[in-house]
Design a protein around this ligand. Structure first.
Ligand SMILES: [Zn+2]
Length: 225
């Protein structure tokens, strides 16, 4: 289905029971997919995860959202968390854009390092299934769709791509630090990027996190019934 922005979404798969449109075509014969099955080494897979988490963390920092921590496991999966400063529409949008920036950071990294294939790009999308669920849980208005909404989800991708362009050097600077340390606090990320970690002004915080345990071995993939 072609969206209003001209992006064609492929509606062939269900991930963990939920329809999961992909903008990169995936023709995959198995019901599970992970980086290793696509030929990535463990190091490449971990680097990809770190880029994803830094996409969240650096874009949040640059937008003035307080970052608590981010990390990469030794296997598939990583985690990043931010605290909401306010519930203002601007801050909510900044949280959403930083959330979408995870998958888009990996897409950019794949291109810049000569690793981009439709399958790897689709994997970057699949690795963001919790992020996309979070975006819809934020109830953004107008509600984005995949070729069928008032605005197209690819508009959020475009906004995330713009934010990433402004922060890409910071992401590349923090990447080896995160890979070495495995985990960074928001303040440590701020120190190595030169961005401020705006303190949360309210005691009430909303945590945005994704847990290593949620992605133990791969993404369960089913052809759409
Ligand atoms: Zn994420």
């Amino acid at each position: 289905m072609t969206g209003i922005t001209g992006v064609t979404w492929h509606h062939d798969y269900v991930v963990n029971g939920v329809p999961y449109p992909l903008r990169n075509r995936l023709d995959w014969p198995h019901d599970e997919i992970n980086d290793r099955m696509l030929g990535f080494t463990d190091e490449e897979s971990r680097t990809s995860t770190a880029v994803h988490e830094l996409g969240h963390g650096v874009v949040w920092l640059a937008a003035g959202v307080h970052v608590l921590y981010l990390g990469v496991g030794i296997g598939p999966g990583g985690q990043a968390a931010c605290a909401s400063v306010t519930q203002s529409p601007q801050e909510r949008l900044a949280r959403v854009i930083g959330t979408v920036a995870g998958e888009r950071a990996v897409d950019r990294w794949l291109r810049e390092t000569g690793r981009w294939t439709p399958e790897h790009a689709a994997m970057a999308e699949l690795g963001a299934w919790q992020d996309r669920a979070y975006v819809f849980a934020c109830d953004p208005q107008p509600r984005p769709g995949f070729g069928d909404g008032e605005i197209d989800y690819s508009v959020l991708h475009d906004l995330a791509d713009q934010a990433l362009s402004a922060s890409w050097d910071n992401i590349l600077a923090a990447l080896p630090v995160l890979l070495r340390a495995g985990r960074m606090t928001g303040d440590q990320l701020a120190a190595c990027t030169g961005l401020p970690n705006t303190p949360p002004r309210e005691r009430h915080v909303n945590l945005r996190s994704e847990l290593v345990a949620a992605q133990p071995s791969g993404t369960e993939l089913r052809p759409r019934p």
